[in-house]
Design a protein around this ligand. Structure first.
Ligand code: ADP
Ligand code: MG
Ligand code: ZN
Length: 588
């Protein structure tokens, strides 16, 4: 610290040089200026013409040298003496300030960890305990995520009357993981569960666990479980689990020991406690894919609840909640506001209402009008676009046609699963939209035709994009990967290629670590590998052509369907069938 303080105060130090060196520099005319004190000479060296030597400062001990001033004069070097005040300055900088800084750090550390316990209390949990009366949230404060609410009502039921469940010998979930995009209301939902059940609520954020001293996080976890044990029935809520629960042990130089220890402790505690005691661990994350798989095993966070972005009706309901305490103009129509805000999550909508109220206040209005709300939407939208959380109109159009492409192909082929739902509400982290197909029965075997049809459905999205927009987007990458994967399996494992015959070329289900470490062992020649590639390409290409034919014939229907989807954002099974039948009748 002292060294850096010096550098900060006196610029980059070239280091101390000997007096003779200093004299040489003076003679060569390379010194720019110097400052002579009673014991030191400090100065700067000129920059080289060629720029190799940057400007530097140097220090040298002063030697009694009566010639020096003359030489400096002769070379035209600027020099100055100094008062003895440097002594005081130096004292200040080397002693008083550092001591002051240390003192502040010490004060800070004590303040943070409590005045009495000091170091001894590092391990105490920082989990905030909310008293019941603080937990004023109930399910009425959460809207637009009804499916998640429904799933959690079982948890509420259990916390209210644990013995009712245990008497029947039922197994209670230990851990519930809420998964959803930021701002969809995961934290709110967890508090609402506690509020509904009327039980204490310990809340801590995953990032708070990752502290600076090894072992502290683990001790905190232990402490938190101890406290919860005494307060049961209750809820432990770990927000932002991903900060703590990232996959362990890929870091070659030992990794983040502290985080790993904390995570291990959490796993140990979760395995150790008896779920019939009456406490439940809830947790939230927006990045489930980064979580250590160990966290998701049975007996841990095995219950996962998806908290989706709200649809049109959901957004209206959320707006209704947040405008409750706001004086709105009578002509404000929440439904049309909901229609203007596709892709917005609960936090965004709360933000809009707040912004609009502020705007109205600034304009000295008595009520919040549509114009304020529209302006607030624009502001919030601009912020979200910067964060790449919203899709623009063109993208929405592409996604809509893409998804309808999947759905139309699926409903045109005889062997494919029924389409349950088409949606362009972004879900999870990556997908912009999705088409949900559910099998009508359990399948253990598939025929060649079925597999080809499946490829066809996967390609349907891309084909639709090409057909309507005459260009393709990057959105189909995952589909194409899956399609070629199926084709490759058909050729390599199932012997479904006429050209290569009924031979399998590789054993399936090799241990995964072998594939990573050594690469899959090939049991065939380069020649065959090439032929396999060609066969895979042929299957995909042929299916693509077939899919294109299907969709070309139904282009009108595709456009109609996509238009409906853009308006409603979600099309359910019955409505899809209705639209398809209407179009069919029109044709006849
Ligand atoms: P997350 O934890 O998923 O990031 P939060 O629960 O912190 O989101 O949500 C932030 C705020 O946004 C909440 O306090 C609430 O005011 C509002 N909000 C979010 N989702 C909803 C919802 N579904 N219903 C009502 N309000 C919501
Ligand atoms: Mg949160
Ligand atoms: Zn797709």
């Amino acid at each position: 610290m002292l060294v850096s303080l010096h550098t900060y105060l006196f610029g980059p130090v070239a280091g101390s040089i000997s007096y003779s060196e200093f004299k040489r520099l003076v003679k060569e005319g390379r010194v720019e200026s110097c400052q002579i004190t009673s014991s030191l000479i400090r100065g700067t060296i000129k920059e080289d013409e060629i720029g190799l030597q940057k400007k530097k400062t140097f220090v040298t001990a002063r030697v009694d040298d009566p010639e020096l001033v003359k030489e400096l004069e002769a070379k035209g070097i600027k020099y100055s003496g100094d008062y003895e005040s440097t002594g005081i300055q130096k004292f200040l900088f080397t002693w008083i300030i550092p001591i002051g800084i240390f003192f502040l750090i010490w004060r800070f550390a004590f303040k943070k960890f409590g005045p009495t316990g000091g170091v001894m209390s590092f391990g105490r949990s920082k989990g905030k305990l909310y008293a019941q009366e603080d937990l004023k949230f109930s399910f009425n404060d959460v809207a637009g995520i009804d499916e998640a609410k429904e799933e959690l009502s079982e948890v509420v039921e259990f916390l209210r009357t644990p013995h009712k469940f245990t008497n029947l010998g039922g197994k209670i979930p230990k851990g519930v993981l809420l998964v959803g995009a930021p701002g969809t209301g995961k934290t709110l939902l967890a508090k609402a569960v506690a509020g509904e059940a009327g039980v204490p609520f310990f809340s801590i954020s995953g990032s708070e666990f990752v502290e600076m001293f090894v072992g502290v996080g683990a001790a905190r976890v232990r402490d938190m479980f101890n406290q919860a044990d005494q307060k049961a029935p209750c809820i432990i809520f770990i927000d932002e689990l991903d900060a703590l629960g990232k996959t362990r042990g890929i870091n070659p130089i030992g990794g983040h020991d502290e985080r790993e220890q904390t995570l291990n402790q959490l796993l140990v505690e979760m395995d150790g406690f008896d779920s019939n005691k009456g406490f439940i661990i809830m947790s939230a994350t927006n990045r489930p894919e980064t979580l250590d798989p160990a966290l998701l095993r049975p007996g841990r966070f095995d219950r996962q609840v998806v908290v989706d972005r709200p649809d049109l009706n959901g957004r209206e309901a959320i707006l209704r909640i947040h405008t409750k305490g706001v004086k709105l103009d009578t002509n404000v129509n929440l439904k049309s506001i909901a229609a203007m805000t596709p892709g917005f999550v609960g936090a965004d909508l709360a933000n809009i209402v707040n912004e609009a109220a502020l705007l109205a206040a600034r304009r000295n209005k008595q009520t919040v009008g549509t114009s304020e709300i529209e302006e607030a939407i624009e502001r919030v939208m601009a912020g979200l676009e910067k964060k790449k959380r919203l899709i623009n109109k063109k993208e929405k159009e592409i996604v809509a046609h893409h998804e309808c492409g999947h759905a139309l192909v699926a409903s045109s082929l005889s062997t494919t699963d029924k389409v349950k739902k088409i949606s362009i509400i972004p879900r999870g982290v990556a997908a912009l939209g999705y088409t949900l197909q559910l099998p009508t029965e359990d399948r253990y075997m598939m025929t060649k035709v079925e597999l080809v049809d499946r490829i066809s459905v996967l390609l349907g999205g891309r084909v639709a994009e090409e057909l309507i927009f005459n260009e393709v987007s990057t959105g189909a990458q995952n589909d194409l990967e899956k399609a070629s994967d199926i084709a490759r399996r058909m050729v390599k494992y199932y012997g479904m290629s006429d050209k290569l015959g009924i031979v399998t070329f590789e054993q399936e289900n090799k241990p995964a670590f072998l594939i990573g470490a050594l690469g899959p062992k090939k049991e065939y020649s380069e020649e065959t590998a090439r032929e396999i590639d060609l066969e895979v390409k042929r299957i995909v290409d042929e299916t693509y052509r077939k899919t294109k034919e299907i969709l070309e014939k139904k282009k009108d229907m595709l456009i109609k369907l996509a238009k409906t989807l853009m308006e409603k954002e979600i099309i359910e099974e019955e409505e899809l069938e209705k639209i398809l039948n209407e179009e069919k009748e029109k044709k006849n």
